[in-house]
Design a protein around this ligand. Structure first.
Ligand code: URA
Length: 205
């Protein structure tokens, strides 16, 4: 079995017991789907957002609403095809009224699903989108996304994941509200792509 097929199987096995998860409060707060994530199971680059919104909850897929469409467009401009990366969220269930995930929700979901997804996929680079994903991943409630974005963190994970580089950037929903900053998100996506795939990927700019 090739590594990609094997990792796809491991991801399916990881997801199976959690398709109707009630291990954190979000399981009983009106979600429709547990949005596990999608993409290349053997991806070199992984994206982590905050949590599903209404469109993602309805479709069971991450980043398919307005911010997802912006992310997909900027990824393509940076030479990254969505199918080549893996995209998921710090929590897999929609928080009511799109509120930020609570620490109990992020921590539970991280331990049960996200860290295991990372262990299976073993990307070279993880790009967090927005402060919830960064603070959830680092377990710090005081992250300053404006100061930290675009800077590579090499000490985010313990062995055996300690070779993974973490690159925080803005959430695309922030860019929808502040379109003048789109170039910053774009620059960070390019940086993530170069780190993961090298300089030679095709650029669609
Ligand atoms: N916002 C997120 O953080 N994740 C999604 O999947 C969609 C919107």
């Amino acid at each position: 079995m090739n590594p990609k097929t094997y990792k796809e199987k491991l991801l399916q096995e990881l997801y199976a017991p959690y398709q109707n998860c009630h291990r954190c409060p979000l399981g009983s707060l009106g979600r429709t789907n547990v949005v596990f994530g999608e993409g290349n199971a053997d991806a070199r680059l992984m994206f982590i957002g905050e949590g599903p919104g209404a469109d993602e909850d309805a479709q069971g897929r991450p980043f398919v609403g307005r911010s997802g469409q912006l992310l997909t467009k900027l990824l393509l401009l940076a030479g990254i095809n969505r199918a080549d990366v893996f995209i998921t969220n710090i929590v897999k269930c929609r928080p009511p009224n799109n509120r930020k995930p609570l620490p109990i929700e992020s921590n539970t979901c991280k331990k049960l699903l996200l860290l295991n997804q990372i262990k299976i996929i073993r990307p070279d680079v993880i790009c967090t989108l927005g402060s919830s994903a960064l603070s959830g991943l680092l377990n710090k409630d005081d992250v300053k996304i404006t100061a930290m974005r675009g800077k590579i963190i090499t000490s985010a994970f313990e062995s055996p994941l300690n070779t993974i580089k973490l690159l925080p950037t803005y959430h695309p929903a922030y860019i929808l509200r502040n379109p003048k900053e789109a170039n910053i998100l774009f620059d960070d996506l390019q940086k993530a792509a170069t780190l993961a795939f090298g300089e030679k990927r095709s650029q669609n700019t």
